[in-house]
Design a protein around this ligand. Structure first.
Ligand SMILES: [Zn+2]
Length: 184
């Protein structure tokens, strides 16, 4: 049996159904931190796979999209530019996780169209079974779960201010987690 083209297809379909076709403009100007915050405000965390799923408008094929300055932008390309500090230019921004809606910069890599096709073929031959997607932020609980602690520790370059906004905790709490102290 052919595997589904995208590992998290069902999750993306559920996300799209919930979000509808909302396409409010988001602001990506200003400082780097504010651009990061604007993107982070529009994701939900797949705590199982580590994906940052775009919880806003999606294209038919499941890519995150937003409108800014009168044109549509691909969210994962914007995330690559804003978090990695590198303009992808003519290259494709590809997903290690096979989840088009994901904008986690750690899951993105730059490639040519041929690279992307070869990668998809290689993955299609694997009988890859992934754990079910857990919707970390369907509830915006002000709690640091083990998954969120792990997330914070795996992203040392993200500003504490962004993380505290994402998880509804103080900057001090983020600092505690980073120092390896208690986090409850
Ligand atoms: Zn991902």
């Amino acid at each position: 049996m052919m595997p589904a083209p995208f590992a998290n297809r069902a999750a993306v379909a559920a996300l799209r159904a919930r979000m509808g076709k909302r396409a409010a403009p988001i602001k990506l100007g200003g400082t780097l931190a504010s651009a990061q915050e604007a993107l982070m405000a529009l994701v939900e965390f797949d705590t199982a796979g580590g994906c940052w799923l775009w919880a806003h408008s999606l294209t038919r094929s499941g890519y995150g999209v937003f409108r800014q300055g009168g044109r549509a932008h691909r969210a994962h390309r914007a995330a690559y530019r804003i978090f990695r500090g590198e303009d992808p230019g003519d290259l494709m921004v590809c997903h290690r996780c096979d989840t088009p809606a994901c904008i986690n910069p750690a899951h993105l890599w730059l490639g040519t169209a041929a690279d992307n096709a070869a990668d998809r073929d290689a993955k299609g031959r694997r009988a890859d079974v992934r754990p079910p997607v857990l919707w970390g932020a369907a509830n915006h609980a002000s709690k640091l779960t083990p998954a969120r602690v792990q997330f914070i520790r795996e992203n040392p370059d993200m500003p504490a201010k962004v993380l505290s906004g994402m998880f509804g905790v103080s900057g001090n709490a983020i600092g505690e987690v980073r120092r390896g102290g208690t986090w409850r």
